[in-house]
Design a protein around this ligand. Sequence first.
Ligand SMILES: O=c1[nH]c(=O)c2ncn([C@@H]3O[C@H](COP(=O)(O)OP(=O)(O)OP(=O)(O)O)[C@@H](O)[C@H]3O)c2[nH]1
Ligand SMILES: [Mg+2]
Length: 204
Amino acid sequence: MTEIVIATKNAGKVREFAALFEKRGIEVKSLLDFPDVPDVEETGSTFAENAKIKAEAAADRLRRPVIADDSGLAVDALGGRPGVYSARYAGEEKNDARNIAKLLSELEGVPMEKRTARFHCALAVAIPGRPTAVVEATCDGYITEAPRGEGGFGYDPVFYVPERGKTMAELAPDEKNVISHRAKALAKLEEQWDDIIGEKGGSE
Ligand SMILES: O=c1[nH]c(=O)c2ncn([C@@H]3O[C@H](COP(=O)(O)OP(=O)(O)OP(=O)(O)O)[C@@H](O)[C@H]3O)c2[nH]1
Ligand SMILES: [Mg+2]
């Protein structure tokens, strides 16, 4: 395979997948390259369900193998919220700065040791005519009291990674792409890749 479509319009995800697949010699296309594919409603109650919905809708439309990523942040002190609503936490317009502001205000007064959280990533691979495969991975950390760093996207400026002593947004892209929920899920996918795509899978 030389090219794969990721069913997303999130430019932050596209950037990370492009870097992750580049190492494997595969070029990444996204729905930004296929603007005619309609948006699909994320009606699932889990990351896995939403990833499956997005992957199958795009694969049906494009008639080729597609990977979709559904991801988000689960904060323990908030009972797992924002969870599958991470992108639209502060409103349908999906504004990262407003999402962060809402998160910090909900966590006001919560001490650092109780600000534990994790990023989740579910990746679904939909290939026309085959059952959809889903893999999942997480990355543990803490929510800081103020944003730090310019890298990444989404909640990265307030997600502290204890092993690195930095927020995700302070890590270089190459560092994030080793430890992130997305990188770990992709590594799992790779382990299962031959079973998932079988002999005739992929797109040349
Ligand atoms: O700081 C972050 N670092 C990450 O690495 C990360 N991964 C996911 N997220 C958050 O979770 C939402 C996904 O929601 P989501 O999977 O529905 O994606 P989306 O709606 O942005 O695009 P699409 O892929 O659905 O087209 C995103 O918007 C972010 O807020 C992240 N935040
Ligand atoms: Mg979405």
